[in-house]
Design a binder for this molecule. Structure first.
Ligand SMILES: Nc1ncnc2c1ncn2[C@@H]1O[C@H](COP(=O)(O)OP(=O)(O)OP(=O)(O)O)[C@@H](O)[C@H]1O
Ligand SMILES: [Mg+2]
Length: 241
């Protein structure tokens, strides 16, 4: 599924300069996606492997523990650089169109390329959010829908985007086969969602049960000041509701 498109950028009436802009933007979009999805995910996997290896060592293996701690820190710092770079290179689509329109475009593409019916319930308030949040929420919806297409066998998905009582709520519910969410069963996709939500100081709850479909609930404080509810996010994965 492609993230980018050049509507309103490379239109014929805008002539050669706009076409050039559009192809520069295509290249930037490609790099941003590769950096974020490929390099970012590979680094996250390295970070997790190092952490697991650390946990397997005895406390008296201090030299090795220290080297692994440094390697993990290096991976974390590089991941942060990659995130910032891909943010710089990110498509101007969100800036140009806003989150609601960009998501609505993405969801249309998604629905057209799968057999899943998608309905969107969007109150249009996404533009209250800072830019970095918009990019993160875009990626979260993208990953959630990709998961629906890959794993759920759902017939329909409902995406809700709304602000309620000082928080921005994103809710993605599918009527697919569901699964038993466990901490260990998380892949890079769900871990990435958890990390993004934590960065926004939000709350992430995943509820699923075989036969009942899957629901992702994300709540972000609109004032940018909120408590990270890590316990709730972690437990939600371990305890399907
Ligand atoms: N909507 C869903 N319906 C059914 N199962 C799901 C759904 N979303 C996630 N899962 C299950 O949770 C697992 C972890 O999802 P996650 O997105 O973390 O990893 P992934 O999709 O397997 O790989 P990737 O890291 O490329 O995203 C999936 O492999 C799948 O078994
Ligand atoms: Mg996934």
């Amino acid at each position: 599924m492609e993230l980018g498109f050049s509507i309103g950028v490379g239109g014929a009436s805008k002539g050669a300069t706009a076409l050039l802009d559009a192809s520069v933007e295509d290249v930037q979009r490609h790099f941003a996606r590769e950096l974020h999805d490929q390099v970012g995910q590979a680094l996250t996997a390295i970070k997790i492997d190092i952490a697991r290896t650390e946990q397997g060592l005895a406390p008296n293996q201090t030299d090795l523990l220290e080297r692994l701690r440094r390697a993990r820190k290096g991976a974390e710092e590089t991941l942060e650089i990659i995130r910032r770079l891909s943010m710089l290179l990110r498509p101007s689509m969100l800036d140009d169109l806003g989150l609601s329109a960009a998501l609505s475009w993405y969801i249309k593409q998604f629905a057209a390329s799968t057999t899943i019916r998608v309905s969107v319930n969007d109150d249009g308030s996404a533009d209250l959010l800072p830019d970095a949040h918009k990019t993160s929420l875009y990626r979260i919806v993208q990953e959630s829908l990709t998961n629906c297409a890959r794993h759920s066998e759902a017939r329909s998905v409902v995406v809700k985007l709304a602000s309620e009582e000082g928080r921005y709520i994103v809710c993605i519910v599918d009527d697919g086969k569901g699964f038993v969410p466990t901490h260990e069963g998380r892949g890079i996709g769900l871990i990435g969602i958890e990390e993004r939500v934590a960065e926004m100081k939000g709350i992430f709850k995943l509820s699923s049960l075989p036969g009942t479909g899957t629901k992702l609930y994300i709540s972000i404080p609109l004032d940018g000041i909120g408590e990270i509810d890590g316990g709730e996010a972690g437990e939600a994965l371990a305890q399907p509701t």
